[in-house]
Design a protein around this ligand. Structure first.
Ligand code: SAM
Ligand code: SF4
Length: 355
C-alpha cells in the first residue's frame, strides 16, 4: 500500500551520484556549507516497533525492512569506527523504530564499543523490555539511555501509543536505573490529549531522578495528522507547568543542545523543552544520521540520502567511505523550514528516521 510505505526517498548510490564537494575545505570533519560541523551520530537500526505512537507510526506499523537490507552489527561497528576515527564524531546514539526489537542490539553495542573505545554510546528507546537487557547493554558498553514516555495516565498512554504498555515502560526505566545507565532522560512529545498530564509527569520524573524534556510535535507522523495550528507549543506548555511550579529559564546546556532548560522551584531539578518547530535550532545542528539500511541523512527533514551500505558490501576502504560521508554532509541544507508556508514533509516518517 503506497500510503504506508516506509517512504524511502531516492538514495544516491555512490559514484557520479555522490554530492559535489565543490568549495569544501580540505578538513577531515563533517563540515557543511553553513559552517556547521557534525559530531553527533544517530543510527536507526530498525523500522519495527512494539508501540504505534500516533505522532509517529501508522496503526499497522511500518513495512518490515528485509534482514539483508538492514546493516548488520558488524557493519554498524565498522561505520561507527569510521565516524569516530576519520570524521570527528564524538557521540553515537542508537534509535529506530524501537532498537530493543532487534535481537542483536547487545552485539551492535559491543561491536560499536570495540570500534570506538571511550566514545559515549546512547540509546533512545520506548523502554519496553529494557529491564531484561539493561545490564547486558551496560556490560557491552552502553553509556546512557533516553526513554520516551508521554504520560503516566494509563488510558491516555494506551490511546496515544495504541498499546496498553505503560507498566512495561515503567519497568524498563526502573531496570535502567538499577543497571546504572543514568542519568536517565525522559522524552515526552507534546500532544493536546496529554498536555494536562505534564505537571504529574514532571513531578514523577523529579522523584525518580530522571531529566524530563518535552518535545514539540514535528510533522513526521505517518498519518499526516499534524497541523501547525493544532500543535501544542512551548509557550502553552510553560503556561501549564507554570501554574504548578516556579520555572526559571537557564538556557541551553551547550550551544548545540536542542533543549532549553528551566530550573524547577529554584532547582536543582530542571525541565527541558525542545521547541523544534517554534524555536528551531538548525543553525547549531551538529548531527549526522544513518538509516537502518545504511544511508547517510544529513537532516531529519531532508530527503537526500547517500548510500554507504553498497560501498561497505562492495569492499570499499575506510577512506572511500569517509569521503562519501563527507560529501553527503557538505550538501546539508540550512534548515527545516517547518514554520514556512511552503514547507514540504520529508518522504520518510519519524519511525523510519529515528529522531
Ligand atoms: N522507539 C524509540 C523511542 O520512542 O524512543 C526510538 C525511536 S523514536 C522515533 C525517537 C524519538 O522521536 C522519541 O523520543 C519520540 O517520542 C520522538 N518522536 C516520534 N515522532 C515524533 C514527532 N512527530 N515529533 C517529535 N518527536 C517525535
Ligand atoms: Fe515506536 Fe518510538 Fe515511534 Fe513510538 S516514537 S511508534 S515507540 S518508534
Amino acid at each position: 500500500m503506497a500510503a504506508i510505505a516506509l517512504g524511502i526517498p531516492a538514495v544516491r548510490r555512490g559514484g557520479s551520484d555522490v554530492p559535489s564537494m565543490a568549495g569544501r575545505p580540505d578538513v577531515p570533519g563533517l563540515v557543511d556549507r553553513f559552517g556547521r560541523v557534525a559530531h553527533d551520530l544517530r543510527i536507526s537500526i530498525t523500522s519495527a516497533c512494539s508501540l504505534r505512537c500516533t505522532y509517529c507510526m501508522p496503526a499497522e506499523g511500518l513495512p518490515v525492512i528485509p534482514r539483508d537490507e538492514l546493516l548488520s552489527a558488524g557493519e554498524i561497528g565498522r561505520l561507527v569506527g569510521i565516524a569516530v576515527h576519520e570524521l570527528g564524531v564524538r557521540e553515537v546514539r542508537f534509535t529506530g523504530g524501537e532498537p530493543l526489537t532487534r535481537g542483536d542490539l547487545v552485539e551492535i553495542v559491543r561491536r560499536s564499543a570495540e570500534a570506538a573505545p571511550g566514545t559515549p554510546l546512547a540509546l533512545t528507546t520506548n523502554g519496553i523490555g529494557l529491564d531484561k537487557r539493561a545490564e547486558a547493554l551496560r556490560d557491552a558498553g552502553l553509556s546512557r539511555v533516553n526513554v520516551s514516555l508521554d504520560t503516566l495516565d494509563r488510558e491516555h498512554f494506551a490511546r496515544l501509543t495504541r498499546r496498553d504498555r505503560l507498566p512495561a515502560v515503567l519497568a524498563g526505566i526502573a531496570g535502567a536505573h538499577r543497571a546504572g545507565l543514568g542519568p536517565l532522560k525522559v522524552n515526552a512529545v507534546l500532544m493536546r490529549q496529554t498536555l494536562h498530564d505534564a505537571p504529574a509527569l514532571l513531578e514523577w520524573a523529579i522523584e525518580h531522578g530522571c531529566r524530563l524534556r518535552f518535545i514539540e510535535q514535528m510533522p513526521l507522523d505517518a498519518d499526516e495528522a499534524w497541523r501547525r495550528e493544532h500543535m501544542v507549543d512551548a509557550e502553552e506548555l510553560l503556561a501549564v507547568l507554570g501554574a504548578r511550579f516556579a520555572l526559571t529559564p537557564v538556557g541551553r546546556e551547550d550551544p548545540a543542545a536542542p533543549a532549553e532548560e528551566w530550573l524547577v522551584d529554584g532547582g536543582p531539578a530542571t525541565v527541558g523543552i525542545i521547541a523544534s518547530v517554534t524555536r528551531p535550532f538548525c543553525g547549531a545542528c551538529d548531527r549526522t544520521r544513518l538509516t537502518a539500511e545504511g544511508s547517510v541523512r544529513s537532516c531529519l527533514f531532508g530527503d537526500d540520502e547517500t548510500d554507504l551500505r553498497g560501498l561497505l558490501r562492495a569492499g570499499a576502504g575506510d577512506d572511500e567511505i569517509a569521503e562519501v560521508w563527507r560529501a553527503a554532509m557538505w550538501a546539508k541544507k540550512a534548515g527545516h523550514g517547518i514554520d514556512d508556508v511552503d514547507f514540504v514533509r520529508p518522504v520518510r516518517t519519524m519511525g523510519g528516521i529515528g529522531g
